[in-house]
Unconditional design. Structure first.
Length: 435
């Protein structure tokens, strides 16, 4: 039987909180359907929470909040075709372990693996790779529980609905299961190297084309960039030892970053110097390991984030303008800017819909003022027809977003068909998708 209760919900960062009328934890797809049907009968809105790694108000509700962690694990798999059906509440890290046991892997992943699968695809979570789409691009079918408790499987037989469901912002129904197209397990070599930032931005297209997976991090007050290049290699994995991994992943990248960020919060005038120190500490390294272990990073330092997707040719110019703004305004931001790339995608609300894409992400340490910085960044991104990440901070509305998505009307048709009563809505979906 589904567990019910009234309590508050808070996201990973701790800056989005709500107190729903009830929080329901269904133990099966049948219980999920019954909970949604009951909420609809009681005229309550319904939202689904994943791992809370979104920075927007996407989950917030005063109605019924569903926690679907029990709907987890590989349900069935076909190794020959790579098609794997997975419970929507499966945490990506757990999924990676199960896929590895099957000799399979996901072709591309983001840089953290703590999200649920449903949350990741609903918000358009992506990794990096000039020839690769995000997680949603690997989705072959989605099982949605609709407002009346019925189950609708959306797949290749209805490509328009599938294109909508691949990035649905939780506004079409509750995802119960997802069918992924996976690939044979593979090994990646990751090389991190600090380089002069201007040289890296000048060579952005070449670096994107030369690597299976390319990204960079750069502190606005430093003049270098840490370049991450990941490429497939033959041969067995050769993971770092536990001591080396702990020293780099936990001590340096988390404890060290936390200490520097907290110092900058207490002493904002020290942030430029702290940024240069952090850039200097970002030394080169090499890792060869199973693909998912190379994709994922340990993220213990809490922050809030904005990310925009731009036509790829505009990525370096937009990043340079953000850096110029930070320096000109002496804005106290310690966290780095991150840049990634992606192939054009066909999901209706994919940030990379119809175009080769550069992603530019900015962050601010928890508890520090972020709004003026993010507003300035968004103004820059607007000039390049930027599209915001659905799970990260932005100030757009349906009116400003509709012209940026050629398939906007297609998504709205799917929403009208699957959730005509707008059961799966809240203030955020009203703002960004329309009421």
């Amino acid at each position: 039987m589904a567990a019910r209760g009234a309590q508050s919900w808070t996201n990973w960062t701790g800056d989005q909180t709500c107190r729903p009328a009830e929080i329901v934890r269904p133990g099966s797809q049948e219980e999920l359907a019954a909970a949604i049907a009951a909420a609809t009968a009681a005229e309550r809105k319904v939202r689904v929470a994943g791992s809370g790694h979104s920075f927007t108000e996407a989950v917030l509700t005063g109605g019924t909040l569903l926690r679907i962690e029990a709907l987890r694990g590989v349900i069935d798999a076909d190794r020959a075709s790579g098609l794997v059906r997975v419970g929507a509440g499966t945490v990506i890290a757990d999924l990676n372990e199960q896929l590895a046991g099957l000799g399979l892997a996901m072709a591309n992943l983001g840089d953290i693996d703590r999200q649920t699968l449903a949350g990741a695809i609903s918000t358009g979570t992506h990794g990096t790779g000039a020839g690769l789409g995000g997680i949603s691009a690997q989705v072959e079918a989605v099982e949605l529980v609709l407002a009346d408790g019925s189950v609708r499987e959306v797949g290749a037989g209805n490509p328009e609905l599938l294109a909508a469901a691949r990035v649905g912002v939780g506004a079409l129904g509750a995802i119960a299961a997802v069918t992924l197209r996976c690939v044979p397990a593979f090994v990646l070599e990751r090389i991190d190297s600090p380089r002069p930032r201007d040289e890296v931005l000048d060579a952005f297209d070449e670096l994107a084309a030369a690597n299976d997976h390319f990204e960079l991090f750069t502190f606005p007050y430093a003049d270098s960039a840490l370049v991450l290049e990941r490429n497939r290699v033959e041969g067995p994995a050769n993971p770092r030892g536990p001591v080396a991994a702990f020293l780099n992943d936990i001590v340096l990248e988390n404890w060290g970053l936390e200490a520097l960020a907290a110092t900058g919060k207490a002493l904002p005038r020290a942030i430029p110097a702290l940024s240069r120190l952090a850039a200097w500490l970002a030394s080169g390294s090499r890792t060869v390991d199973r693909s998912d272990r190379v994709f994922a990073n340990e993220r213990r330092v809490r922050f809030t984030e904005m990310e925009y997707a731009l036509p790829r040719e505009h990525g370096p110019a937009a990043a340079r303008r953000v850096i110029e703004w930070v320096r000109a305004h002496r804005y106290p931001v310690f966290f780095p800017i991150e840049m990634r790339v992606g192939a054009a995608e066909d999901a209706a609300l994919a940030m990379a819909h119809g175009r080769e894409t550069a992603y530019v992400a900015v962050h601010q340490y928890r508890g520090m003022e972020w709004r003026p910085y993010f507003e300035a960044v968004e103004a820059i991104m607007n000039e390049y027809d930027g599209r915001p990440h659905w799970g990260k901070r932005h100030f757009q509305t349906a009116a400003t977003l509709a012209p940026r998505y050629p398939a906007w009307a297609q998504f709205q048709r799917a929403r009208d068909e699957l959730d005509p009563g707008r059961t799966f809505s809240n203030e955020y979906t009203d703002r960004v998708l329309g009421p």
